[in-house]
Design a protein around this ligand. Structure first.
Ligand code: 5AD
Length: 355
């Protein structure tokens, strides 16, 4: 089958086999990429119109007990300046976000044992009590089922946990012993089972990644059917074992965004900060390739520079929450507008929470 035929089959059936994905990744031409982008953009418009959802990102702690080889806030990075916001700091970010029009707050942090599960639950409860029309998304890594359940019961609506790579051998190349793909996947299924809107995802061009690995990522996403998928290019961080590794390609990231839009037509798909860091117009190009979410930074300015997952991470320019007006302008220049509601996944009729 030709690559053009593969693209049309994907658009028609939302499915390709592992072998077909690999062929598409390895053999596509520029013309194929243009076809794919147009189909993906069209699909996003069918389900979401010209509306782009926004989420205010609050990076509340950069302490982490893990030592992932790619990540700038890994435990082993002695050069990282560590910080941890208080619940009051976090609430102040939410107040600012609410004023700026955000209706989703994403609380992201390392796996920080110093910010207890109880404290996080209390923080979630306070946010939900004060900002009743807002959704809370968590991105705080792997936890036991009982803890995930307590976050959900406290009022958290969504959970982001990228699977990073769906190939076990590649997973071991990116992570130290003790972390496993098996456990990562189990966490994702648990989160889904509890009733969270769940986000998975991976880095494009992470060290050692092959097209066969990417094909496995696509099949895993198809199987999991997450509500959200976060992908961005791998970008090296100077104080990690992967400092000298080349960055992932912007073009390939855009190509994969379009593939994901066609495979999971209604998925919430952010144009990520990593994509915006890799290319100045990365976010806009992501949207034109089928993305429908942006996540401006709402963290306090004083700590933003310390949440450095990779070198040169943008955080004070237009991607910051304070620049929504600018963002609006750039989006309207390409025919899109910011949405003002919570932006829940169309796939879920929100489970009525007991009590
Ligand atoms: N380059 C790109 N993305 C990274 N992440 C962590 N480190 C890097 C890096 N060096 C991503 C991971 C993680 C998310 C919060 O940030 O995919 O899940």
């Amino acid at each position: 089958m030709s690559t053009q035929q593969l693209i049309h089959q994907l658009a028609r059936t939302q499915f390709l086999s592992a072998a077909q994905w690999q062929t598409l990744f390895a053999q596509h031409t520029q013309e194929d990429a243009a076809t794919l982008t147009a189909l993906a953009q069209n699909t996003a418009k069918t389900y979401f119109g010209n509306r782009i959802y926004t989420r205010g990102l609050i990076e509340f702690s950069n302490y982490c007990r893990n030592d992932c080889y790619y990540c700038g806030i890994r435990r082993g990075n002695r050069l990282a300046r560590r910080y941890r916001l208080t619940p009051e700091d976090i609430l102040a970010c939410c107040r600012e976000g609410d004023r700026l029009g955000f209706r989703t707050f994403v609380l992201q942090g390392g796996e920080d044992p110093g910010f207890s599960d109880d404290l996080l639950c209390q923080t979630i409860e306070q946010i939900k009590a004060r900002f009743v029309s807002c959704a809370v998304t968590l991105s705080v890594g792997e936890r036991p089922r009982s803890v995930y359940q307590s976050f959900f019961d406290a009022g958290a609506d969504r959970y982001l946990l990228r699977h990073e790579t769906a190939n076990a051998q590649h997973y071991r190349r990116l992570h130290p012993p003790g972390l496993s793909l098996e456990h990562r996947k189990e966490c994702l299924w648990t989160l889904k089972d509890i009733g969270f809107q769940v986000g998975a995802g991976f880095m494009v061009g992470s060290p050692g990644q092959t097209d066969a690995d990417l094909a496995e990522d696509m099949l895993f996403l198809k199987e999991l059917e997450p509500h959200m998928v976060g992908i961005g290019p791998f970008l090296p961080h100077s104080a990690t074992p992967f400092a000298a590794c080349p960055p992932g390609s912007t073009e390939k990231t855009l190509f994969l965004l379009s593939c994901i839009r066609l495979m999971l037509p209604q998925v919430l798909l952010p144009a990520t900060t990593a994509l915006g860091t890799a290319a100045a117009d990365g976010r806009e190009r992501g949207i034109l390739a089928g993305a429908n979410v942006v996540m401006p930074n709402l963290s306090p300015l004083s700590v933003r520079k310390n949440y450095m997952l990779y070198d040169n991470k943008i955080c004070t320019g237009e991607e910051s929450a304070q620049s929504v007006a600018q963002l609006q302008k750039h989006l309207s220049a390409i025919g899109y507008a910011l949405a003002v509601d919570r932006g829940d996944s169309p796939l879920v009729k929100l489970k009525k929470k007991e009590s």
